[in-house]
Design a protein around this ligand. Structure first.
Ligand code: UDP
Length: 327
């Protein structure tokens, strides 16, 4: 059986990847600091509690499990926080990733699937965002991810590291069986915040900005179901193991929804209205981020079949009813 080292395997997307890896016959080895994640989310393979800044812990994990590849999810990922505390983002996301790839080279592990983001593109005012688009991040989160992409390119040239880079658009939803899901404390992402507001766990959702140059004035995002996203990761892993080499893929549906449109879907999907108010823009937000690419479909055979708003909201709601994680 093939081990895959999953950094951030106790987090939202990483835990879903671990489930799908198990179903596909791999053994996911979670490497996670638990700083923003949960031990109880590790359900599908061995767990190494460690920090990417701890090179010895990484070396020990590679020596023990000899993974055929790495899926690298571990990162800080909140735009607002990144704008307030850029140093944490550069240290964790960039130095942590540098340690990881150096440990890979030392261990002779050549394949990495990396979680990058559409935030590397920044705001491009109506430009269709495909993989060739310029990368002009607006915040330290996007900048730190772009820097890791550059590290991967350099390590490819010099050390033969092969990376599939996925630039995620907005990930939402949860495992349909609700074994794992999205659980941050505090929650900041739109759909889970909306679910909390709909469930009465918070007073209201604040819409950040109503004066963007979009049809209804609120930000537009391209939402992808987490199960579709991790399905792409399996395809990316197999791409690497088949020797197809480095490639960058956007993961989005090509359709954007405004914050108001997302909120309007909540009642139908959950039976509950979303109490909301209007506030100022959040620093670092782009007006619109929508994927214009079909590359993942054409080259990986990826099709985001679960990524409708009603489905993502309904799955997030079902997961929320489980009470999430507490440790
Ligand atoms: N958003 C909002 N209120 C919230 C959380 C998010 O209006 O409480 C908006 C945010 O400004 C952005 C969109 O929802 O336009 C998606 O934000 P999220 O944090 O979910 O993801 P991001 O696009 O920052 O990765």
């Amino acid at each position: 059986m093939k081990h895959v080292l999953v950094t951030g395997g106790a987090g939202y997307i990483g835990s879903h990847a671990c489930k799908l890896l198990t179903q596909q016959g791999y053994i996911p080895v979670t490497f996670d600091s638990l700083v923003t994640s949960w031990a109880s989310a590790v359900k599908f393979g061995p767990f190494v509690q460690g920090d990417l800044l701890d090179r010895d812990a990484l070396d020990a994990a590679f020596a023990k499990y000899a993974p055929v590849a790495v899926m690298h999810f571990a990162a800080l990922s909140q735009v607002g926080e990144a704008t307030r505390e850029p140093g944490r983002y550069w240290r964790n996301n960039v130095l942590g990733s540098l340690n990881l790839v150096e440990a890979m080279v030392a261990a002779g592990c050549k394949h990495i699937v990396f979680s990058s983001t559409c935030a590397t593109y920044g705001d491009q005012d109506g430009v269709v965002l495909d993989e060739q688009s310029a990368q002009m991040p607006l915040n330290a989160y996007g900048a730190s991810k772009r820097a890791v992409e550059e590290i991967l390119r350099d390590f490819g040239v010099s050390h033969g590291l092969e990376a599939v880079v996925f630039r995620y658009f907005n990930v939402a939803g949860a495992d349909v069986e609700a074994e794992v899901g999205e659980w941050h404390q505090p929650e900041t992402h739109l759909i889970p915040v909306m679910i909390e507001a709909a469930a009465g766990k918070r007073d209201a959702l604040t819409i950040y900005g109503t004066d963007y140059p979009t049809p209804d004035g609120t930000c537009v995002r391209d939402y992808v179901h987490v199960m579709d996203l991790v399905d792409a990761h399996i395809k990316g892993l197999e791409w690497l193991l088949e020797g197809k080499g480095c490639r960058v893929f956007n993961l989005g549906t090509g359709t954007g929804f405004s914050v108001k449109e997302v909120i309007a879907e909540c009642k139908a999907a959950t039976g509950h209205d979303v109490p909301h108010s209007f506030g100022p823009r959040r620093a670092g937000d782009a007006a619109a981020l929508v994927s214009g690419s079909r590359r993942a479909g054409e080259e990986l055979g990826w099709s985001p079949e679960h990524s409708t708003l009603p489905r993502m909201i309904a799955d997030a709601w079902r997961w929320y009813q489980t009470g999430g994680y507490s440790g």
